[in-house]
Design a protein around this ligand. Structure first.
Ligand SMILES: C[S@@+](CC[C@H](N)C(=O)[O-])C[C@H]1O[C@@H](n2cnc3c(N)ncnc32)[C@H](O)[C@@H]1O
Length: 383
């Protein structure tokens, strides 16, 4: 069904006239209103206008002809040639679906934001480094979710207009690639996606030279740039000893390393068998011993629930709090962790004598010697 221009169309059109430039993609063109507004601007060279609806494309080819505009049938980007645009415009179907049959010109899916999410997930690959996306949606769409989708894809955005229209608020967003996204793309990183959030940092995944990588940066609202710098500093030292994920590239407020596949130790332990537990604990203890020898305290080894990843190998991650010290506590903290697991470990046949372990760990902490370290391992049956 052809969507004849309404308030939302006119609101977006106002900004298209002002901001569209270069080569333009008009997604979900309807009657072609945005495509024509763009084409009539001197700054615009050409426009590709697409729509999933056959009737709309037929309507445009007949009624909205312009020498700069080409119309094409396409479900989002599926039939858009692999090229990058300076401007991408989208007045999407943004309302939650009301009946069992979806009205595709106005409803984006059950939640309302499904089409927008798919659009955002793919838009980066079609947008030039300094391109803009002009996106319209409404208060009925769930603005928080839309902003989350944008953050997940490392876009920066700004609401540039809003109007009240019957029972809803209409918003126009201007979306650009964030400086970090631009830098990473220039370095050849692709398929960037959100992975996880910590207190201060955000981790994304991406593809680099056919390898999966992780990119860690500080959260927008966090001032903790120092943490990133710190992690870079310690990864550089520890990588030489095969500890930590392999650092690939970095800048003052982000770092990228080879992705570590596997499971958090927290989730892995309950399922693990005795012999695997022994192998993993031994590997972690050896890394802790190495860090003790280097005078580096990783911190949090007494509770490394999300800091040890078990995959093909055993890797420690998250070195943002690491620090140099004369009194490192990695081995002794990991002893504490083992002791805290006593009931679980004993069920699996690993004996944990707390008093003995405390005594041996104290002795080790005085000497940091290999024999004292070996005594700790022996006590847990790892030697
Ligand atoms: C709200 S209308 C906007 C039409 C026009 N751009 C305007 O501003 O008046 C949304 C348009 O998106 C189209 N559309 C919906 N889902 C689409 C999809 N997956 N791919 C491309 N177009 C889609 C609809 O057919 C409809 O023409």
């Amino acid at each position: 069904m052809v969507y004849y221009p309404r308030e939302d169309s006119y609101l977006l059109e106002k900004h298209v006239k002002r901001l569209a430039f270069g080569s333009v993609l008009d997604m979900g063109t309807g009657t072609g209103i945005q495509a024509l507004a763009a084409a009539n601007s001197k700054r615009v060279k050409k426009v590709l206008a697409v729509d999933i609806d056959k009737g709309s494309i037929e309507y445009c080819k007949k009624n909205s002809r312009h020498k700069k505009v080409t119309y094409r049938l396409s479900d989002l980007f599926s039939k858009v040639p692999k090229q990058r645009f300076d401007t991408i415009i989208f007045n999407p179907p943004y309302l939650p679906q009301e009946q069992s049959r979806r009205n595709i010109s106005i409803e984006g899916g059950k939640k309302g934001y499904e089409v927008i999410q798919k659009f955002i997930d793919n838009a980066g690959a079609y947008l030039k480094e300094k391109g803009n996306v002009l996106l319209l949606f409404s208060s009925l769409t769930n603005r928080k979710m839309v902003e989350e989708f944008l953050n997940n894809k490392m876009f920066d955005f700004k609401m540039i207009d809003s109007i009240h229209y019957f029972f809803e608020e209409l918003y126009v967003y201007n979306i650009i690639k964030s400086p970090l996204l631009r830098t990473l793309e220039k370095k050849g990183v692709k398929d960037i996606d959100y992975l996880a959030k910590g207190k201060r940092g955000v981790v994304y995944t991406g593809k680099y030279k056919n390898k999966k990588i992780a990119i860690k940066t500080k959260r927008r609202e966090s001032e903790a740039v120092g943490r990133i710098k710190n992690e870079i500093k310690f990864l550089k030292i520890l990588n030489k000893h095969k500890i930590g994920p392999k650092l690939l590239m970095h800048n003052k407020n982000w770092l990228a390393y080879v992705f570590v596949p596997g499971e958090f130790i927290r989730d892995w332990i309950p399922k693990a068998k005795k012999k695997d537990l022994k192998r993993v604990f031994k590997a972690v203890f050896n890394k802790c011993f190495k860090m003790d020898q280097l005078g580096i305290n990783k911190e949090e080894m007494h509770h490394p629930v999300k800091h040890v990843i078990i995959g093909k190998s055993v890797k420690l991650i998250d070195f943002e709090r690491a620090r140099k010290t004369k009194d490192p506590k990695n081995v002794s903290q990991f002893c504490q962790f083992v002791m805290s697991l006593k009931p679980v470990l004993e069920k699996k046949g690993l004996k944990v004598n707390k008093n003995k372990l405390i005594e041996l760990s104290k002795k080790y902490k005085k000497s940091f010697s290999r024999p004292d370290f070996t005594a700790v391992l022996k006590e847990i049956g790892l030697k």
